[in-house]
Ligand binder design. Structure first.
Ligand code: PEP
Length: 246
């Protein structure tokens, strides 16, 4: 049985005391049968690891080398050494603002897996691509160029997050049918590349303006195994309400 997961991407938000408060509050109420993962800014990772009772901790980014002259960057080895277990790869903001290519994302995936971190791999189309009906081809390319070189064994450490870019931070949500259609397509690609059992065991999360009001409908779909949450993860009550929506 694949895991149900609700993950919170805090992005570049919250000051020191706000971060401490949120770490404390997302751990204050016990949530059963759902894995909660928080992705705070680097500055607060160590604190999140040391104060988490139920939440697992992930980083929002990494640089695909273990150490060296890479000013300002953080390596998978460093993340692993402070107890971080997950890392986002391929978030649309890094693809569009930081210009990260599928090939560069592939090198991050490799570096993370060789340091025993799990990858939360984000994929998704922009508005124009959805409007011209090429969303499946776009997502297929993203998976093929950054993930599908992995062995079946390594792929067990990957969680996929489908995030239609037009829905991120916009208040527009994919309908539950649109999400289900894409998630089923992604699962079929994993089955073709690896096996039915690997496809069945891979958690595929939806991201894009998911909130306590729409989460239940999205999570009711067979292939939607949870959410990657941005804005609504910055308040413990909305994050936990989403986690209770299964
Ligand atoms: C995200 O950035 O991963 C995201 C899903 O953001 P939001 O929930 O704010 O749309």
């Amino acid at each position: 049985m694949r895991k149900k997961i609700v993950a919170g991407n805090w992005k570049m938000n919250l000051n020191d005391s706000e971060a401490s408060e949120l770490i404390q509050n997302v751990n204050a109420e016990k949530i059963n049968d759902v894995e909660l993962i928080i992705f705070p800014p680097f500055l607060y990772l160590d604190r999140a690891v040391n104060n988490s009772i139920q939440t697992k901790v992930g980083a929002q980014n990494c640089y695909p080398e273990n150490s060296g002259a890479f000013t300002g960057e953080i390596s998978p080895e460093q993340l692993q050494s402070v107890g971080v277990e997950f890392c986002l790869v391929g978030h649309s903001e890094r693809r569009s603002i930081l210009g990260e290519s599928n090939a560069f994302l592939k090198s991050k995936v490799n570096a993370l897996l060789s340091n025993q971190l799990q990858v939360v791999f984000c994929c998704g189309e922009v508005k124009e691509e959805r409007e011209s009906g090429v969303q499946n081809q776009i997502v297929k390319n993203q998976l093929e160029e950054s993930l599908f070189h992995l062995s079946e064994e390594d792929f067990q450490n990957v969680i996929v997050a489908y995030e239609p870019v037009w829905a991120i931070g916009t208040g527009l949500t994919a309908s539950s049918d649109q999400a289900e259609e894409m998630h089923a397509f992604i699962r079929s690609l994993i089955a073709q590349k690896y096996s039915e059992s690997t496809a069945e065991n891979t958690s595929i999360l939806y991201g894009g303006s998911c909130n306590p009001t729409n989460a239940q409908e999205l999570f009711s779909k067979e292939n939607v195994d949870g959410g990657l949450i941005g804005g609504a993860a910055l308040k413990a009550d909305s994050f936990l309400a989403i986690a209770k929506s299964f």
